[in-house]
Design a protein around this ligand. Structure first.
Ligand code: GAL
Length: 342
């Protein structure tokens, strides 16, 4: 009997220790809004590029509400997480989240929506993985310049009224978002600095949303119709929304019905986006979208996983991450994409 009890105790201890060893660390991944097309793909890539066994992700949807996001964060902090990943709803309102993390000594990896510098430097365990919006605007300007023939003195036939000005409408993302503000300002500045005359008919806020862009584009066509020579969109989702309306209203006509717009013979309108969503790349192939800039979520996903693993396992960051700027920032380059890049 004694032997049996001892054997039982040994087995129980063994099971207990095995349990301890294999208990996975749960890393909350808190997304600002599951309805955002780019974030849907980004989240998937974060999972797909998880090359480590030291943790597993648990995702949360903040439903585009800072109140919901704050509740989620309060809840996850109750489990004493080793690290949390936050895609803020309001990048200007993260201070209370940081205060809480500081109090609990939990690192935060912010993604996609960049907090203000003063917030980022208020605690040494804050990280940001993202891209510099200026770069996307410069690439978008390159695409536009190529489209209009490359010479600021003699625009090509896309200058429909031949006034050597590009009449454009700009679909802007969410006001206050670094990408919406900087992409909008910088693309115009870049074109102007390079000698191109840009005549902005209107800047419409469509909050990065395909649906809102559809509504706005419908109104813009009533207001400006054929005078529009170019649609500049802060992201692909809004560009796609605009294209849907332009198609319905006869600004794209696939006359021979072969599924592709032949730019030499068929009616079309230049629309440029940013993100490089798979569906946007298809629209480029079909001749509807004139170009996009890849917002490289795959490289971001790899960096997020590398950083998460290091924070979970306690590795020294400077030993493994050479591209960590100021012990805080990982910047991922945008990439230009046009049909000619193929
Ligand atoms: C941007 C992206 C947009 C939208 C936004 C959400 O980087 O270009 O499409 O997803 O992030 O914060």
């Amino acid at each position: 009997m004694k032997k049996l009890i001892i054997a039982f105790l040994f087995i129980s201890l063994g099971l207990f220790l095995t349990g301890c060893r294999t208990k996975e660390v749960e890393v909350p991944l808190i997304i600002y809004d599951y309805d955002d097309l780019y974030m849907q793909q980004f989240e998937e890539l974060i999972y797909d590029n998880k090359n480590y066994n030291s943790y597993r992700f648990e995702s949360y949807d903040s439903k585009n509400s800072q109140i919901i996001q704050n509740d989620i964060i309060n809840d996850v902090f109750l489990d004493n997480p080793r690290v949390i990943i936050v895609n803020p709803v309001d990048r200007l309102g993260v201070y209370p989240i940081i205060e809480k993390a500081k109090e609990k000594d939990v690192p935060i990896i912010f993604i996609n929506r960049e907090p203000l510098k003063e917030d980022m430097y208020s605690y040494d365990q804050l990280f940001y993985v993202g891209a510099k919006p200026e770069q996307s605007a410069i690439f978008q300007a390159d695409i536009i310049i190529d489209l209009f023939g490359g010479n600021s003195y003699y625009l090509n036939e896309l200058d429909k009224n031949n006034d050597n000005n590009i009449q454009c409408v700009i679909l802007k993302g969410e006001p206050g978002h670094q990408d919406a503000e900087i992409r909008t300002e910088r693309v115009v500045q870049e074109l102007t600095d390079r000698g191109f005359h840009i005549d902005i008919l209107i800047i419409e806020e469509a909050y990065f949303s395909q649906e809102i862009a559809k509504e706005k584009m419908t109104d813009l066509l009533v207001e400006f119709g054929n005078t529009i020579e170019l649609v500049i969109s802060n992201n692909d989702a809004m560009a796609i929304g605009a294209i849907e309306v332009l198609k319905e209203e006869g600004y794209f006509v696939d006359e021979n019905d072969n599924g592709v717009i032949d730019r030499d013979t068929e009616t079309w309108m230049p629309v440029v986006g940013i993100d490089g969503l798979p569906i946007a790349l298809e629209l480029i192939d079909q001749g509807y979208l004139s170009g996009t800039v890849l917002n490289d979520s795959k490289s971001m996903a790899l960096a997020i996983n590398e950083l998460t693993n290091a924070l979970v396992t306690g590795e020294k960051l400077s030993d493994i991450m050479s591209d960590l700027e100021d012990d805080k920032y990982i910047w991922i380059d945008y990439k230009k994409y046009t049909p000619n890049d193929k």
